[in-house]
Design a protein around this ligand. Sequence first.
Ligand code: CAA
Length: 258
Amino acid sequence: MNYEAILVETKGKVGVITLNRPKALNALNDQLMDELGHALNEFDKNEQIGCIVLTGSEKAFAAGADITLMVNYTYMDAFNGNYVTRNWEHIRQIRKPVIAAVAGYALGGGCELAMMCDFIIAAENAKFGQPEIKLATIPGCGGTQRLPRAISKSKAMDMCLTARMMDAVEAERAGLVSRVVPLDKLMEETLAAATTIAGMSLPIVMMIKDSVNRAYETTLSEGVQYERRMFYSTFASEDQKEGMKSFLEKRLPNFRNL
Ligand code: CAA
């Protein structure tokens, strides 16, 4: 596939996808979402890749779904699912970790896209918001569901009902982002985190991602049982033997993803 709305590159064992519609502040249209889905799949399949980074520009991670496309949509356009929201949950099916490196605006679908990633590292100029109410519509890709889980009902209501933007400091305090870094260090810090993850045993990385995500889908006792079964299964992996032996032998592990 030829990419036009995104840039794709690899940095060691990290796959980097950059949203690239600068004139529209990376507004998310069908072409961009199709290309993003394709690129994510390719990195997920690629055995040389251990972690994926999704980023935008210094001014905007993404300013939301493309309003120029939605303005004349009918109910049936939206309901038939061929537009706007058609493959937005795709990112959730990726088994390798996806880190969002967010600078500038992450609004509407942009905020929702960042929340679909496994964690968010924000630059100091990042601004998060769900301003759909100003357009007389509502978040359509998980904003009303993931925000309350990420930052509490009260803050989610505040964000979605007033359309105010949350800056990076507030977003970190609220738990929406894992860390805030200076803008000029955003990619360096994110790539360092991604490289650390990509140096671990990939099957174990994927088990941890799966297990943490389970916490959002189930009760505590079911989730703990799920985690326990995952924990037991790590003892079937060669990397577990290597990880523990290397610790005892005071050397670095050599994981083979087995
Ligand atoms: N869709 C389409 N185009 C967009 C866009 C969007 N979501 N956001 C920005 N753009 C375009 C602008 O129209 C403008 O294009 P032109 O130069 O051709 O006029 C260009 O990007 C630059 O934008 P601004 O001139 O507005 O830049 P600014 O710095 O003054 O403001 C902003 C930046 C505050 C992000 C402002 O652009 C803005 O409010 N954007 C819309 C944000 C929004 O409402 N997002 C929610 C969309 S709905 C949604 O996402 C639904 C869902 O859940 C799936």
